[in-house]
Design a protein around this ligand. Structure first.
Ligand code: GDP
Ligand code: IMO
Ligand code: MG
Length: 429
C-alpha cells in the first residue's frame, strides 16, 4: 500500500474494468481534500452511488463531490448533457437539502443530448442483430452528432434563435434516420420538447477549462471524475461492446479543456472482483449459482437501469491493461468486504487462446470471447472487514490477496473500500 500515490493538485479518478467499480464512493471520499470536481466524459448513462449518513444518492450527471456542500462541481466539454435529466437531478438534490445551484457549472462547449438522441438509441438497439445493450440514454447518437458536426452545444442554447435552428436541423436528421431504422419518425419529437428547459441554461453555463486552470493557478485542488470504465472505452475497450466516448485518463485533459501535463496523478478504481452490465464478453464470468451469490452479496444491480450485473472473478489481465492505458499512479480497491464469506477466491492471472498462453488483452471482442482464463486459487479470510480502518486491521489472507493484486497490476494500492459508507475506507497502513 502506498497512500502517496494520490498526490498532487490535479488527480484523475478512472474506472479500470467495465464500469460500476465504485467511482462515486471513491470520488466522494477524495472530494474532502479538493476544491473542484469535474466530470470529463459520458452522460446520464453513468450511475454513481454515494452514501453519506443515512443518505443514499445515485448521481447520473452531477459530479460525485456534490454532497460536500462547499465544493464546486463542473461538467466538462467532453460530457454529453441531457438537460431535462440534469435539472431533475439538480432539483432532486435541492429537495434533499443539497443545493447545487450556484456551485455547479456546465461547460459551454459540452454537447446536449436531446429526446431525439434517445429515440435513435432505442431504435438502433431494436433494429440491431448484435445488440450492445445500451443504457438507452441517447449517448451513442449524441456523440455521433458531435463528431458528425451536427451537434448542439450548451453555447448554442444561450442564443434561443440559434439553438432552435440547430435543434430543428437535428430533428430533421433524426426523422430520416428513424425512418431508415424502421421506426416512427414522430418519435424524434418537436423543437418545443427539445428546448423545454433551455431557459435554465444561463444559470449554469461556464467555461470549464478556464475555470480549472485558474483554480489550479490559485492553488486549488481538482479531481477529474471518469464515468464507465477502461474496458468500455471506445478505443481501448471491447469494441463494439463499448460506450461511445474515451473513458480513459487521457480523455480527462481533452474533456475538461486542460493540458495533459497539468495532471499529477491517476487513481484507478478497481473492484475486488469483476462485473459487467450490457452485452459483450466477460472471460472470468462465474457459473450461475456463484453469479447469483455474489450479485446478492455485492448488490450488483445497475444504478442507472436496474439490470442485474454479470459477476466474475478478478481479472488481472484487464486491470494490468488498464494500469498501462491510464498511466495509473495508484489503485483504489473497492468492495473487498463482498468477498468476506468466501472460503476460496480465484484470480485470473493470464489468458490462453488456442493452446497459447500469455495472451495480452486482445483487440477484438471475438478473441476475448474465446480466451480461457488461467486461474490461481487463494484462501479466503472468512472474517468481516467492514470495520477495518487501517491495513493492519485486515485479516492476513485479505492482505495477501491485496498484495497479489497489487503485484499483478504492477501498481500500488492507495486506498481500500470496505463498505458503501464514506467512513468505510482504509487509507493508512
Ligand atoms: P460507479 O458507477 O463506479 O460509481 O459504481 P456504482 O455506484 O454504479 O456501483 C457501485 C456499488 O457498490 C454502489 O452500490 C456502491 O454503493 C457500492 N460500493 C462502493 N464501494 C463499496 C464497498 O467497498 N463495499 C460495498 N459492499 N459496496 C460498495
Ligand atoms: P458508470 O459510470 C456500467 C454500458 C452499457 C452498455 C455499454 C454502452 O456507472 O460506471 P451506452 O448507454 O453508454 O451507449 O451503453 O456501456 N455502460 C455502463 N456499464 N457502468 C456504466 O457507467 C455504464 N455506462 C454504460 O451497459 O453495455
Ligand atoms: Mg455505476
Amino acid at each position: 500500500m502506498n497512500t502517496s500515490a494520490l498526490g498532487g493538485a490535479c488527480t484523475v479518478v478512472v474506472g479500470c474494468q467495465w464500469g460500476d467499480e465504485g467511482k462515486g464512493k471513491v470520488v466522494d471520499v477524495l472530494a474532502s481534500d479538493v476544491d473542484l470536481i469535474a466530470r470529463y466524459q459520458g452522460g446520464a448513462n453513468a450511475g454513481h452511488t454515494v452514501h453519506v449518513g443515512d443518505q443514499h444518492i445515485v448521481l447520473h450527471q452531477v459530479p460525485s463531490g456534490i454532497l460536500h456542500r462547499d465544493k464546486r462541481c463542473l461538467l466538462g466539454n467532453g460530457v454529453v448533457i441531457d438537460l431535462a435529466q440534469f435539472f431533475d437531478e439538480v432539483d432532486h438534490l435541492a429537495g434533499r437539502g443539497v443545493n447545487p445551484l450556484g456551485r455547479i457549472g456546465v461547460c459551454t462547449r459540452a454537447h446536449v443530448v436531446f429526446p431525439y438522441h434517445m429515440a435513435l438509441d432505442h431504435a438502433a438497439e431494436k433494429a440491431a442483430t448484435a445488440k450492445i445493450g445500451t443504457t438507452g440514454r441517447g449517448i451513442g447518437p449524441a456523440y455521433e452528432s458531435k463528431t458528425g458536426r451536427r451537434g448542439v452545444r450548451i453555447a448554442d442554447l444561450l442564443d434561443t434563435r440559434r439553438g432552435e435552428a440547430r435543434v430543428a436541423q437535428g430533428i430533421a436528421w433524426a426523422r430520416d434516420r428513424l425512418r431508415q431504422l424502421g421506426a416512427d419518425p414522430a418519435l424524434a419529437g418537436t423543437v418545443g420538447d427539445a428546448m423545454a428547459v433551455a431557459h435554465r441554461v444561463p444559470a449554469v453555463a461556464a467555461d470549464v477549462g478556464t475555470e480549472i486552470s485558474a483554480g489550479l493557478a490559485a492553488g486549488k485542488r481538482v479531481l477529474l471524475e471518469g464515468a464507465q470504465g477502461t474496458a468500455l472505452d471506445v478505443d481501448h475497450g471491447t469494441y463494439p461492446f463499448v460506450t461511445s466516448s474515451n473513458t480513459t485518463a487521457g480523455a480527462a485533459a481533452v474533456g475538461t479543456g486542460i493540458g495533459p501535463t497539468t495532471i499529477d496523478s491517476v487513481v484507478g478504481v478497481v473492484k475486488a472482483y469483476t462485473t459487467r452490465v450490457g452485452n459483450g464478453p466477460l472471460p472470468t464470468a462465474f457459473d450461475p449459482p456463484m453469479d447469483e451469490r455474489v450479485r446478492q452479496l455485492g448488490g450488483e444491480f445497475g444504478a442507472t437501469t436496474g439490470r442485474p450485473r454479470r459477476c466474475g472473478w478478478f481479472d488481472a489481465v484487464v486491470v494490468a491493461y488498464a494500469a498501462r492505458v491510464n498511466g495509473l499512479t495508484g489503485i483504489a480497491l473497492t468492495k473487498l468486504d463482498v468477498l468476506d464469506t468466501l472460503p476460496e477466491i480465484r484470480i485470473a492471472t493470464g489468458y490462453r487462446l488456442g493452446g497459447r498462453g500469455g495472451m495480452p488483452f486482445p483487440a477484438t471482442a471475438s478473441e476475448l470471447e474465446r480466451v480461457e482464463p488461467v486461474y490461481e486459487t487463494v484462501p479466503g479470510w472468512q472474517t468481516p472487514t467492514t470495520e477495518a480502518r487501517r491495513l493492519r486491521d485486515l485479516p492476513r489472507n485479505a492482505r495477501a490477496y491485496l498484495d497479489r493484486l497489487e503485484e499483478l497490476a504492477g501498481t500500488p494500492i492507495a486506498m481500500i473500500s470496505v463498505g458503501t459508507r464514506r467512513s468505510q475506507v482504509i487509507r493508512e497502513p
